[in-house]
Design a protein around this ligand. Structure first.
Ligand SMILES: [Zn+2]
Ligand SMILES: [Zn+2]
Length: 281
């Protein structure tokens, strides 16, 4: 199969937005932090950014092309729902971004429901502080599964390739943004969270309290949580009083990159999967 990534500047565009968003959030967190960090920032950044590096290498080894490449193939061969009829281009793009976001929301729900998938997703939730780099803290197998789901979705939907590129950049950017440890006006937040998942909204999802971590599962748009009844506006103990992480993983010195990579295979599942009775270990 032809490597379609090489045909465009997809990688450069995505890398540029990734570094740009991370840099903006880094300075924002430095100037106006929301919560005092309880663990070493350097060690956490090494783990989180180390995971991004491992994820990128593994994804490039496993998949011959990115989701944009799949969208190009579907377009050339007339595969997928949207390639069956004519629609205004802008409408197709908006439709695709919404559908892909719904797919990612449902995927996130799945990772909290199925104990086997939760084993992978636990890595994201083991961060004892939450900041912009938490937004890229994912186990490589979770990233592979997510890529597989997005590729299947692209074959079925037949999206314009540009819609996929916009979505991928958006998802990466909003994930970094909504994990930010940043302070800003509550009035702005109440307006902003009508349109996009804000840091104040997603932070609730990282609470050690089970019913809070099973809420606010959206990444880009906040509407799915409201539609499917998984929306929780604020943490019960407040943003400064709440505890971040998982009850079964409290030792910062253990949360190193090698340990995070083997965690899904050896770690304790805990009480968190939605299908488990609370209190079951
Ligand atoms: Zn989660
Ligand atoms: Zn998160």
């Amino acid at each position: 199969m032809m490597d379609l990534r090489a045909g465009g500047n997809e990688l450069l565009i995505r890398l540029g937005f990734f570094i740009g968003t991370l840099a903006i959030m880094f300075f924002w967190e430095l100037i106006a932090p929301r919560r005092p960090l309880i663990t070493s920032k350097v060690k956490r950044w090494l783990s989180n950014l180390g995971l991004v590096l491992v994820d990128s290498i593994v994804v490039h080894l496993v998949f011959p092309t990115a989701v944009v490449g799949v969208a190009l193939i579907a377009q050339q061969r007339g595969w997928g729902f949207l390639n069956q009829f004519e629609l205004p281009y802008l409408l197709k793009i908006i439709f695709c971004i919404l559908i892909f976001d719904l797919v990612i929301y449902l995927q996130h729900v799945l990772f909290h429901v199925v104990p086997l998938f939760w084993r992978l997703h636990m890595v994201h939730h083991t961060d004892l502080d939450i900041d912009a780099t938490t937004g890229v803290r994912f186990h490589p197998i979770e990233i592979i599964l997510s890529m597989g789901i997005k590729i299947m979705a692209a074959f079925l939907i037949g999206p314009p390739p540009i819609a996929v590129l916009i979505f991928e950049v958006l998802l990466n950017g909003t994930s970094i943004f909504n994990h930010g440890n940043v302070r800003y006006s509550q009035n702005i937040d109440s307006i902003l969270r009508l349109l996009v998942v804000t840091p104040e909204m997603h932070r609730v999802h990282h609470s050690t309290i089970r019913w809070e971590s099973n809420c606010n599962l959206g990444f880009n748009f906040p509407w799915w949580d409201r539609i499917f009844g998984t929306y929780r506006p604020q943490p019960a103990q407040g943003h400064l009083g709440m505890t971040i992480g998982l009850d079964q993983y409290k030792e910062p010195k253990k949360l190193t990159l090698p340990w995070l990579l083997v965690l899904p295979f050896i770690g304790k599942l805990g009480k968190y999967p939605m299908t488990r009775s609370p209190g079951v270990e």
